[in-house]
Design a protein around this ligand. Sequence first.
Ligand code: ZN
Length: 386
Amino acid sequence: MILLPRPYPDEVIGSVLARGARHLGLSWGRLLWLATGRSGSSAPYLMPFALARLAKATGTDPEYLLERHTLFPYATSFMPLDRRQALKARALRDGELCGVDALGHVVLSRTPYRRVCPHCVAEDLASRGETYWRRSHLLPGAHVCVTHGTPLASSTLPLQHGAGASDALLPSDAKPAHRAPLLDFPLLESIAMHSVRALRRRPVDRNWLERYWVAAFALGYRLRRGAVASAILAADVKRLFGKKFLDSIGAPIDLRKRSPWPTLLVRPQYPTRVAAFKHVLMLTFLEHATEIERLETELYRRPGPKCRDYKRVDAEALARMRRYVGEHGRGGRRLTVRSLVEASGEAPCMKRFPDRFPRSKSFLREFRKSSIAARRVREPGTNGID
Ligand SMILES: [Zn+2]
């Protein structure tokens, strides 16, 4: 069995392996094979894998590694407790496999490059003589070190794949890459705070959707009928974070869609699974949103039947009647006005609201005078159309 260094606080598993490789003078690939039985460079850096073996090698236990040194607590932070427990059991049972791959992907795909806090690097070098990768710096959308309250530097090191991803590199090796922040500092700070809280929170059963719903209500996102004005809220979430930022972290909001993701978070009666990162954005939004004085409700139609565009309805009814005459009125065959009205597809509506069908009515008037109109005795109650 290989011996690995004991993990530092908040250190990700991949970082423990990288330090181990350095201490032992081994290549990343060789160390990975010896420590986990895995070959190749695609070892999940932040998610649970080979927990039993890694626990032995680091003198810890699998559950401790899972909770303190992977992103598992973050990814499952907003889930119902029983689901979290089931996933945890799976991750611990399938210790040799990455039992929660899909979960890992959701988190990892949102952080393309590793991030570094220059202050943490300096402090680690001074106190430990080496640096390490922290979970809290690699969370999706986390661009602030919550320990130092300063922006994290982006690096050119990919988190998962690509050049350098497979080497035993540590933050002190990272070259800073200057990427302009896509959001103001206070927003980035909130995102980082809520992310770290999600990572470190003791597992609790909390109805998050109900919390958001109540908070949205309190802010004034309230419709007459007591529902949350979720479409307006979604538009405001989009405005606060901006399209660029939302796209960059894989949480775009398409307002033309029936239910863009923020609306799913304020419907406690329809619980859905939403990625942890979107919960973090919702918490950040609720923290920064200003109270609404007057809600613009034009986005919502009034309750009741849908308003129809009668100009179009009339034109379509007319077209259908013309087609009917064209198809059935040949060879001296006579047609009744009633059959025409039926063919319009709007018979009940035309009967009830004749004024909304001026073109159809005038067509029927002309038709009645024509030679193909069947002469019929007028029936009562037909409002003069037949
Ligand atoms: Zn720091």
